[in-house]
Design a protein. Structure first.
Length: 68
């Protein structure tokens, strides 16, 4: 089953493109935008939203071995 992501692009008067993944979590945010970023050029700055960290922590927690 496909998963859809909502991605917002804002293009400034200076030509810089600002990209925001609005409904992604964890690495799905960066995976969803990797192709277009490669076509647009070099990423100058990346700011990860709290949703990225929340899912990454949840993924990490599910991969921890059980300890008694």
């Amino acid at each position: 089953m496909s998963s859809y992501q909502k991605i917002e692009y804002r293009i400034g008067t200076d030509g810089q493109i600002h990209e925001t993944v609005l409904n992604g979590e964890g690495s799905s945010c960066t995976l969803a935008t990797a192709g277009i970023e490669a076509e647009l050029g070099t990423v100058l700055q990346r700011e990860l939203l709290p949703e990225y960290q929340n899912q990454a922590e949840a993924e990490e927690a599910t991969h921890l071995p059980n300890q008694i």
